[in-house]
Design a protein around this ligand. Sequence first.
Ligand code: KG4
Ligand code: ZN
Length: 341
Amino acid sequence: MKILGIETSCDETAAAIAEHKNGKIKILSDIVSSQIEIHKKYGGVVPEVAAREHVLNILPVINEALEKAKIKKSEAPKKIDCIAVTIGPGLVTSLIAGIETAKTLSYIWNVPVVGINHIEGHIRANFIGDYGKIKFPALVLTVSGGHTLLALMKKNGKIETIGETRDDAAGEAFDKSAKLMEIGYPGGPIISEYAKRAKKNITKLPRPMLDSPNFDFSFSGLKTALRYALQKDKLWKNKIPEYCAELQQAVIDVLIHKTINASKKYKAKTIMLSGGVSANRELRAQLSSAVKKSDIEFVMPDLAYTTDNAAMIAAAGCFKTHNKKFADWRKLKVDCCLALN
Ligand code: KG4
Ligand code: ZN
């Protein structure tokens, strides 16, 4: 079965073709057109600009995905079995661009369409390849610019949120902190590059909600703590690598502590990592070594499938089509606040 995935929930216009066969998901093409250069000068995503860019880019991106997968446009209605499109959460006008495209293709190709939750997409990035290695119950830590949450998958397809951020997401804390230090956008990758050069000692930042008796997170106070630390330190501009390393470690400490505790409580057999922040090399290395101390399996997505992409949406679609959960294209609509369960 071949699935066309479409993702336009924020500032990446993406299309991908996945093939689901014999318990494996193979990505035949994966095209992402990023708008980072456009939004950089504003220090964040401007929703109206993002939506207009999606409208311009979506068809060329889909054409390229078909071409890379060696599917001629004229053969697409026969060769594509289903279209999977992100319907939320995300920016309303950006989502509409992808959804309306998917509905139109569904109608003219006469191919069924399924709506995908963006966070479920991130989680399904871990299922690309041979997903037989994932044993249940599985625990998933999703860390992105819009979300930070721990979810439990009791069995394949049954996802339940067990904790989430009460304010800012981890990626958002990185992005806002980078703005504070005037080091660029998006903050996550820039902070992680600076962090590699840290040498000096600086005051520790807090580890928010580390010992709270639940699996929720809070990262907005961390950014405020950084602001106060910079205000007190007249020489902070000489210590940007140190502040980046401390901020990164504060976030990683909380994420790992909560994930390991949750895995014990729910007797997880697999721990998975997902979302844009899962591109962070320190987080990948430290979580992997923390999990290695147990007999739990650790799975994380390839770097290409960490930040927003359509391969993960096509992968999520593989499981919806499996259960024949097709939507009528007429009923498909945006849900910018769509919950995971
Ligand atoms: O999943 P994603 O592409 O979009 C959302 O669904 O939000 O995540 C984007 C977030 C941004 O906050 C960005 O700063 C962060 O992921 N990010 C990183 C890294 N690469 C992207 N954070 C830390 N380290 C990275 N290497
Ligand atoms: Zn995302």
